[in-house]
Design a protein around this ligand. Structure first.
Ligand SMILES: [Zn+2]
Ligand SMILES: [Zn+2]
Length: 255
């Protein structure tokens, strides 16, 4: 994932910081709700300017302590750190901010209105990033909270359809090479175990990424296989990461 830290986009310092008391249930998706020049697709520097202008608007006009979003995704599959994980966002509406992180898509209600594939990948990257930081598995649109156009009909339909990467199964995500069946007992250790655990964590599972395949990894593997019924797991492979189970961790839609 291509994360742009605050100093990299030269964010202003926040005027106030409010920490979340508990991990949110998930993420809400937003859009700009204004015209976005389709020319940003050809020039990432202009994405940076848009994000800076959003922060300016939120701090100088809305008089918020910082940009209202947890993060922002752009068409170049980059994710700008906004308030960041652990911080209360401001964009979801009063009373709704502690429940979900807020992710802005650089997409408009005029101009750039069709989400480019890089933007959808960036949004999924942002969702996975925040899940890795403790967010729950819900993905919703701003309008699920109250009546608003946000995040626009196109993005909202995408959210409702499962917020999937474009070209599902089309190799959009590189699957790391599978070397061997991961199983327990006995304990198995290795970089491939760590790779699989990190991937499962990014998918939202509460798994320790320690490179050791033990009872917890076996149980999460088993639950994942149950969730992905169409894997048709061989009974002897339940709780064991065989090649199809490994590949599904990268290619299967996150549900
Ligand atoms: Zn919104
Ligand atoms: Zn960009």
């Amino acid at each position: 994932m291509d994360l742009i830290e605050r100093h990299q986009w030269r964010a202003r310092d926040p005027k106030g910081v409010v920490y979340l008391q508990a991990p949110p249930r998930g993420v809400k998706i937003h859009y700009m709700g204004a015209r976005v020049d389709p020319g940003i697709v050809d020039d990432h520097n202009r994405c940076v300017e848009v994000v800076k202008s959003v922060q300016r608007q939120h701090m100088d006009v809305n008089l918020w302590g910082d940009i209202g979003y947890t993060g922002c995704a752009c068409p170049h599959r980059k994710v700008f750190v906004g308030r960041g994980p652990g911080h209360l966002p401001a964009a979801n509406g009063a009373g709704l901010n502690a429940k979900h992180y807020a992710i802005l898509a650089l997409l408009g209600d005029e101009g750039l209105v069709v989400p480019p594939p890089g933007l959808l990948h960036g949004l999924v990257d942002a969702i996975e990033w925040l899940r890795g930081e403790g967010a729950g598995r819900e993905v919703k649109g701003h309008r699920d909270g109250y009546a608003t156009d946000c995040p626009g009909d196109q993005l909202y339909a995408w959210v409702r359809q499962g917020a999937r990467r474009p070209d599902d199964g089309g190799g959009a995500v590189a699957v790391p090479p599978w070397h061997r069946v991961l199983s327990y007992p006995p304990l198995m250790e290795g970089d491939d175990v760590r790779t699989w655990q990190a991937r499962m964590r990014a998918r939202g599972w509460r798994i320790t990424v320690d490179g050791v395949f033990g009872p917890q990894s076996r149980e999460i593997c088993r639950q994942f296989q149950i969730e992905k019924r169409d894997l048709h797991v061989n009974p002897s492979m339940v709780g064991r990461v065989d090649r199809p189970t490994w590949e599904a961790a990268w290619t299967s839609p996150i549900t």
